[in-house]
Design a protein around this ligand. Sequence first.
Ligand code: MLT
Length: 269
Amino acid sequence: MIEVEIDGAKLACVDTGAPKGDSPTLLLVHGFPLSSQMWAEQIASLRTECRVVAPDLRGFGRSTLGRWPTADVEPTLDRYADDLVALIDELEIAGPVTLAGFSMGGYVAFAMWRRHRGRFDRLALLDTRAVADTDEGRAKRLKMAEHVGEWGAARVAELMRPSLFEERTPEAIVDATLDVIARSEPAAIGAAQLAMAARPDSTPELSQIDKPTLVLVGAADAISPPGEMRSIAAAIPGARFIEVADAGHMAPVEQPAAVSAALRELVRA
Ligand code: MLT
């Protein structure tokens, strides 16, 4: 892992595979409240194919939160998107970029589309949503943001457990993911929840996405249901839709080979 200083934070990042320069790059953006560790299988499988860059978003994994959020600026997902662009520049990534965002990483990908669409060439939306939160969903996030300091991240892991996995997913995979959540910084969890609660509805923009796009979902995803993701794919011109069998929300760790194969095809497209 390398470390890059970006706007007051130290961002830790896997940077492996093809050398610097204009080789194709796969930029993997993790979900909430996880880290680049969720991509371990994809990194191992795809590093022979292209350069693979997988950051820990601000505050997660081995990255620091830096001076964010500040008292007078509401946290938004734009912060993570701006960090990704700074990372692309710092790492001198000059070739085509395939941006793959999982769940919260997909929300960040939509922020990239709004703010920095010239900085990536292909898009993978994995187990994510285009809609904004309902009032009820937003209220739950605000509650967690307010209380996570007292609760601790282990409680967040337990709260999330029932919605993350297909029921037959092996215990070892479940435990490894929950362990990452339980080790997350409460302050990073709070900031991310506030940022997700403030995200806009991206549905009206789907029809404008003019990049080769993969939309992938676990068949038993309870957070970003297959029907909803199928509609996302239908709204993006030419998008490919893949439903992965025997996977819930955490498709990249539950069925890593299927997810890697789909990403490989997109990078090669
Ligand atoms: C994630 O996996 O990133 C989260 O479940 C997304 C969310 O809370 O909406």
